[in-house]
Structure formats: C-alpha cells, structure tokens
Write a protein that binds this ligand. Structure first.
Ligand SMILES: *[C@@H]1O[C@H](CO)[C@@H](O)[C@H](O)[C@H]1NC(C)=O
Length: 143
C-alpha cells in the first residue's frame, strides 16, 4: 500500500471512531429503574454519613449490574424516563443527575421493584415519572 493511501485509510478510521464515540455519548444505555423511600441510612457506600447525599435528595442505589463491587459509589448518572407499562408515566423531556450512594440489594427500605438497573430516591423518581409507578424503562449515562 502506498503512503498517501495509508494516510487516507488512517484518517477514515479516525473519522469512523469519532462518529462512533459521538453516537455513544449522545445515546446512553437503556435499563430499568425502581424507587425507594426513606430510611436511606445506613448505606453500603457511606454508612451513616448523610452528608454524602446530594442536598436536593436526587440520588440512587446501584443494581447488581451497575454496583461494580462498590466502585459505583459516588458515580453520577444522567437518567431520563423512556417508557413504562402505563402510558403517560414518564415526565417528557425531563433528565435528572443522580449520585450513587447505595447498593440496591442492601438498602434499608425495599425497592418498588427488584432487579432493576438503578433504584432512585423517591424525589429523583418523581422528577422523571409519575410517583405511583413502581418500575420504568430508563436511558442512563455516566457523567
Ligand atoms: C399517576 O398514576 C396514577 C395511577 O395510574 C394516576 O391515577 C394519576 O392520575 C397519575 N398522575 C399523573 C400526574 O399523571
């Protein structure tokens, strides 16, 4: 292969890679979310230290798929509601940024549904969906 051809090939690969990355970042992963009520302490991440909770009460617990052996503690996710069993459950165009403070399976209060990707604090859940729902489909992305 000649040198100019090789350069063109590399530029093409770089372009493809860049486009793939753009696509990846503009579309998060798809998963599910439940909600949980107080008490929120102690947490698997921070014990009894409530100062680690965001002041606006917008936080959540990691499901087993996202817990990452505790490495998920403190991670922030953008979460929006995609759909739910009942039509009209999602608050359209609403995205929240949550901080992981708990492991869903160890939460002091029971989640509205088990086995979800993330369990949202009642406040976080109510921001993106009808609070009477127990489970929603979400789009989420780590920030
Ligand atoms: C939320 O869902 C409940 C139960 O399906 C329904 O009765 C209520 O009207 C809904 N609230 C809003 C604001 O859509």
């Amino acid at each position: 292969m000649s040198k100019p051809q090789q350069t063109l090939r590399i530029q093409w690969l770089v372009l493809c890679f860049t486009l793939a990355e753009l696509f990846r970042f503009s579309h998060g992963d798809v998963g599910t979310a439940a909600q949980y009520d107080p008490p929120y302490l102690p947490t698997a991440c921070y014990g009894d230290d409530a100062s680690q909770f965001p002041e606006n009460n917008v936080f959540g617990a990691a499901g087993e798929g996202t817990w990452d052996n505790g490495a998920s503690c403190g991670r922030q996710y953008l979460v929006s509601c995609l759909s739910a069993e009942q039509k009209g459950t999602c608050v359209e165009g609403q995205t929240i940024q949550i901080k992981i403070v708990e492991r869903a399976t160890e939460a002091a209060s029971q989640a509205s549904s088990s086995g979800t990707t993330i369990v949202l604090s009642a406040t976080a859940f109510a921001t993106i969906a009808n609070s009477s729902a127990s489970k929603i489909n979400i789009e989420f992305q780590q920030v």
